[in-house]
Design a protein. Structure first.
Lengths: 548, 348
């Protein structure tokens, strides 16, 4: 009897141990190695890399530019997403479900596509530029600072919209009613009650916008032209360094990690002591507007949402245009898709195989680790939780460089294999599955486990027969996001791919860089289609709008 | 099948807090035994130690002659009913009920026989193919009961099973549980904080406070002969009137003396008075005068809250008879006490 008890304890101990080892090998070790490498020059310890960074105006400016772009994009995304979230959660606007689908699609768009499409629309020879020129309207250049911010706003405002909408609709309506009964209503109530209560959520969504803007290098590379930001520099340095070492790129990575952590710290200070627990007995009411107001609000929300998916629409249309080399000619054809299948079938295969493999690993780790964190409450699992958070909040290119510096030589070479890309995907996208698994576990009362045990089923069997089954819908809601964002992952893959292991997003990048706009668009359309199908399938399975 | 439970000097500590403090109890086979006490008294902790969900820090618990301290929960053959029902949400009523039988590898014919019998007994046979989210709270509670009983447990443990039901349903389920328990004769340990429920349902009750047993006895004993002021106050309602005792003479603050009382205490005492054991009489004619603070009409009786001359608050219920006068708030009255139904406690 005692032996059995011993055995069941050790299953979870083993699980914790294995995850801990994986964390050390694939997270702690690579980042430690990258950190050490940043202090190495010509085989010796040196601060040279950092001296070089801070002494040259070129690099310093990139850092300043990064912050400028990110702050501007974050503030603008909040200004766009916040009112939209308020309107859609509180008022009876038309087509909410469609609106949410649009928002999620613009969030999950393949990287680069935003920048590329905006150039197609508003660039020197853009469709819209030409159109407006005919009517006699001229705008300034879309290239540079303004263009980068524009792309970021419409790609990243969904974070604000989705987070805040969630918080607003779970806020107990009696709180606002209580305020009204005490004589504070309207704008005053928004300021005194509603806004302070959603502030923690709002700042974490702003943080997501900031981190994503800071990490993105495709957008500034394409639309920034001469306007250099830090991630672009990292990529350029990395390209020029591959033959020698990655030490300067490592130093740049360390700097960008420090910036990320600084911003994270700032956000934590802002929300410290402001995390409220609210018991939501009665979810907020949807207010019926007068027809005129209702349509104005609907138009406002859809205007933003449609601008947000405009890049996708552009890409889909472009993918069916006839091409002649890099040039688009009149008429429609499936030529781009034919090219894709002829040349890039392997990339498509790689993408789905990597993402499915990563998905399986993420579900396994997510389910087991969330159980360790929530139900067994051990100290080890708390440590694991914060280690795993790390690669999620830092730029993907940095994850790529860290993995490169750790596994490029010695006994454990992974560089150039698909395995290393799968590892990067798991590191970067596990968080969605882990979060959703934990949050459903917090809602499941331990008494259903105990009921099963009292009926004669061992704790371990109970986990599989009861706990896991009840968790499953919650796990899947995060897993679908993990999957969708895995197939769209670019920044780490771009550092880690080889000719054989390139994925769709890598191919889009190389195609666009080499003027293969048609094939790039066709690939992007395939990704968008997969994203939409995955989300719809999940919606059908779960039977509700559980996503995010 | 029915096991007796012996709890011998059992303790549970969290840090330096004694949740269960050296408790000894014997529950007889077939008995309906209730652990009653305010929240935080250790009753649920003790129940979960019997179930195997809390470890036993000191002492032993035995089912019949077998010490179960080191037997894991899934091997103890107990049935447990939880406060929040703990119905498996992804299984139908039938699958929930069959769960424990499947785990015991019961053959198909016997399984469906036992499953149907218990579902009919607990009156959920008509819902057998529904999912839990299609059931009301009372129906879910019945499923939980059927699921616990179908495995023929040696002991049935129930943790505040009725506290999530509304008042009417609670009384109905209380009767259902009691009838089924009588019929099956199963040893039952029941946890509640509701003294009325405990009185209604139990063969014997253990009243607990701060991890210790205050009194064990039949509902009648505990109500009529509380051994200490806590039990007198917790079971039913008692008002406490301060007085002084000397050789069987009880002297009240207003100087009135009751002579020849059965009381061996000396010095300050408190007299525990049930609301139904006092009468309201015209001012000056009773033992003590009092002001009516509140008069409440409750259908078959009047409930009064009064303040005595010395400021102590007491409660009196007067049941309607043909000659009952309804008093009004603010009236000054006297009270007289039924002397053979009071309990006297020495002041701590």
């Amino acid at each position: 009897m005692i032996n059995r008890k011993h055995l069941k304890v050790s299953f979870w101990t083993w699980t914790a141990l294995i995850i801990l080892i994986l964390c050390f090998v694939f997270i702690v070790y690579p980042f430690a190695k990258m950190f050490i490498q940043s202090f190495v020059m010509r085989g010796k310890f040196s601060l040279g890399n950092y001296v070089r960074f801070f002494s040259k105006r070129y690099y310093r400016n990139a850092l300043i530019n990064s912050f400028k772009v990110c702050f501007a994009a974050t503030i603008a995304a909040v200004l766009v997403g916040l009112p939209m979230a308020y309107i859609s959660s509180r008022f009876n606007i038309a087509g909410k479900h469609l609106l949410n689908i649009f928002v999620i699609i613009s969030l999950m768009s393949p990287p680069f596509i935003g920048a590329y499409s905006w150039i197609t629309l508003l660039g020197r020879n853009g469709f819209l530029t030409k159109f407006f020129q005919k009517v006699g309207i001229h705008f300034g250049s879309i290239y540079g600072f303004g263009g980068i911010v524009l792309v970021f706003i419409f790609k990243l405002y969904p974070f604000v919209y989705l987070y805040v909408r969630g918080a607003l609709s779970s806020m107990d309506s009696s709180l606002e009613e209580a305020s009204a009964s005490l004589g504070i209503a309207g704008w005053k109530r928004l300021e005194k009650i509603t806004f302070p209560l959603i502030l923690p959520t709002l700042t974490s969504s702003a943080l997501m916008v900031f981190m994503n803007a800071l990490a993105d290098y495709g957008t500034p590379l394409l639309i920034g032209q001469g306007y250099k930001v830090l991630p672009v520099i990292i990529y350029e340095e990395y390209l020029s360094e591959v033959t020698t070492s990655t030490s300067f790129a490592s130093a740049l990575s360390v700097i960008i990690v420090l910036c990320s952590l600084l911003v994270l710290l700032f956000q934590q200070i802002v929300i410290s002591n402001r995390n409220y627990t609210m018991s939501s007995m009665r979810p907020s009411k949807v207010i019926q507007l007068t027809p005129v107001k209702r349509w104005l609000c609907t138009i406002f929300c859809f205007l933003i949402a449609i601008i947000g998916i405009l890049p996708q629409i552009t890409v889909i249309v472009t993918s069916f245009l006839k091409t002649n080399g890099p040039m688009f000619v009149r008429g429609f054809s499936f030529q781009s898709y034919k090219n894709v299948l002829d040349k890039l079938g392997q990339n498509i295969l790689n993408t789905y195989r990597n993402a499915l493999l990563a998905l399986g690993i993420m579900i396994a780790i997510g389910v087991l680790l969330s159980y360790l964190i929530v139900k067994r409450n051990s100290k080890v699992s708390k440590v694991l939780d914060s280690i795993i958070m790390f690669p999620y909040v830092i730029p993907g290119s940095v994850v790529g460089i860290a993995l490169l510096s750790a596994f490029n030589r010695g006994g454990f070479v992974l560089v150039g294999t698909s395995t290393i890309i799968v590892i990067a995907l798991v590191m970067r996208r596990l968080q969605y599955t882990l979060k959703s698994s934990s949050s459903i576990l917090y809602q499941i009362d331990s008494s259903i486990d105990e009921a099963s045990i009292s009926l004669g089923v061992s704790p371990l069997k109970t986990f599989w027969k009861i706990t896991f089954r009840v968790m499953l819908p919650g796990v899947l809601s995060g897993a679908v996001l993990s999957f969708v964002s895995s197939i769209n992952e670019l920044s780490a893959s771009l550092m880690l791919y080889s000719a054989k292991t390139a994925t769709i997003s890598v191919a889009i990048f190389t195609e666009i860089m080499h003027d293969g706009y048609g094939t790039g668009a066709a690939l992007a359309t395939i990704l968008t289609l997969t994203t939409v199908v995955s989300l719809l399938v999940f919606d059908k399975i779960s039977g509700s709008e559980q996503i995010l | 099948m029915n096991q007796g439970v012996k709890i011998d000097n059992v303790s549970k500590t969290y840090g330096d807090y004694n949740a269960v403090d050296h408790i000894s109890l014997v529950v007889n086979p077939g008995e309906f035994f209730t652990l009653l006490g305010p929240s935080g008294c250790g009753k649920t902790t003790l129940l979960r130690m019997i179930a195997g969900f809390n470890t036993i820090d000191g002492g032993t618990i035995s089912f019949d002659e077998t010490v179960i301290n080191n037997i894991p929960a899934e091997k103890r053959n107990i049935g447990m009913v939880f406060q929040n029902y703990a119905i498996f949400p992804h299984m139908s009523v039938r699958e929930n009920v069959a769960y424990g039988l499947v785990a015991r590898k019961i053959k198909k014919d016997e399984l469906s026989q036992r499953e149907n019998d218990i579902m009919k007994l607990v009156q959920i046979y008509d819902f057998r193919d529904r999912m839990p989210n299609q059931l009301s709270g009372g129906q879910q509670q019945r499923v939980a009961l059927a699921r616990a009983l179908v495995i023929n447990p040696g002991v049935l443990l129930m943790d505040e099973p009725l506290s999530n039901l509304d008042a009417k349903l609670r009384i109905e389920m209380r009767s259902t549980i009691k009838k089924i328990q009588n019929q099956m004769g199963i040893t039952t340990i029941y946890v509640t904080h509701d003294q009325e429920e405990a009185l209604a349902i139990s063969d014997r009750i253990a009243v607990m406070k701060n991890g210790k047993i205050m009194q064990v006895g039949t509902p009648f004993d505990i109500y009529r002969h509380p051994q200490n002021a806590f039990v007198a106050g917790f079971i039913g309602t008692s008002s406490f009137i301060p007085a002084k005792a000397n050789n069987g003479n009880i002297t009240f603050d207003n100087g009135k003396v009751l002579k020849g009382m059965d009381c061996s205490y000396h010095g300050n005492v408190r007299i525990a008075l049930r609301p139904e054991n006092a009468k309201i009489v015209p001012s000056g004619t009773g033992l003590i005068d009092a002001d009516i603070e509140l008069a409440i009409f409750l259908g078959d009786y009047m409930h009064y809250e009064l303040t005595l001359e010395n400021g102590v608050g007491i409660q009196i219920n007067e049941y309607f008879q043909s000659d009952l006068t309804i008093r009004k708030t603010g009236e000054r009255v006297g009270i007289s006490i039924l002397l053979n139904s009071i309990t006297i406690f020495q002041e701590d």
